[in-house]
Design a protein around this ligand. Structure first.
Ligand SMILES: [Zn+2]
Length: 248
């Protein structure tokens, strides 16, 4: 029994956890909650920004805890613009320091990859969601003399909302995935309300200010997105930035 426990512990210590977050136009209060939690627990998180604000600025200026990525929105009515160029240009102020991209709604098209290669120095694109994928292997996407790595990710908070057996604990997730890399994606609003279902999300989205503290407490009493993040903070897994996956 002791041997088995030791073996399991060794197995866990060989796993690497990569936290990511699509900021998703969250409120300053929600971003502040998420940012403070990452900083106070000395975690590392790769964030994909959607807008500029005081809170996103604080993360941009804290490279010890946050790696910067962009979250371009190519959907109809996007506040980032209507053309590929306009949307990517929106991120001009951070393109120098940004390491990667994940598109809003995970929209993918080859001209987008070509454009990133030709016009930015981003090292990776991480819009391919592959739930519980065993082996995460970056894939080299070449465009003329430029290269960008496509990286899949294997867990996302709101994708757990609809599966039959959602996982809200990092050790449980690690036990289901034999590969060493666990790449998780969180949204500040789901962390703030510890959301665990679409229904709860809609409630939290529409909570009026008077009801907010009460609902917040109710929603905190269940397992959800924040439960997963807390289990990571309380575990002894190595936490890394996405760009570290590309270092051989
Ligand atoms: Zn998004």
């Amino acid at each position: 029994m002791k041997d088995l426990k030791e073996k399991l512990n060794n197995l866990h210590s060989k796993k690497f956890v990569y936290l990511t977050s699509d900021i998703e136009w969250a409120t300053e209060e929600q971003i502040s909650f998420f940012r403070s939690y990452i900083v106070s627990n000395n975690l590392k998180c790769t964030i994909f920004i959607t807008h500029y604000s005081n809170e996103t600025k604080k993360m941009i200026e804290d490279p010890a805890h946050f790696e910067i990525g962009i979250h371009p929105n190519f959907m109809k009515g996007s506040s980032h613009g209507t053309s590929l160029k306009q949307v990517i240009d929106f991120f001009e102020p951070v393109l120098e320091i940004a390491k990667g991209a994940r598109s809003h709604g995970l929209l993918n098209h080859t001209s987008y990859y070509n454009y990133l290669c030709e016009n930015t120095n981003l090292s990776y694109e991480i819009s391919t969601y592959m739930p519980r994928l065993e082996i995460i292997q970056p894939c080299k996407f070449e465009y003329r003399e430029k290269v960008i790595y496509k990286i899949p990710f294997n867990w996302e908070d709101d994708m757990e909302f609809t599966v039959m057996e959602p996982i809200w604990n990092i050790k449980k997730l690690a036990s289901k995935i034999t590969g060493e890399n666990l790449i998780l994606n969180f949204h500040p609003i789901h962390l703030f309300y510890n959301n665990s279902s679409q229904e709860k999300y809609l409630i939290s989205k529409n909570i009026d200010n008077k009801l907010k503290p009460l609902k917040k407490e109710l929603l905190k009493n269940q397992k959800g997105a924040f439960t997963m993040l807390r289990s990571i903070a309380e575990s002894n897994y190595n936490c890394k930035f996405i760009s570290e996956l590309l270092i051989k």
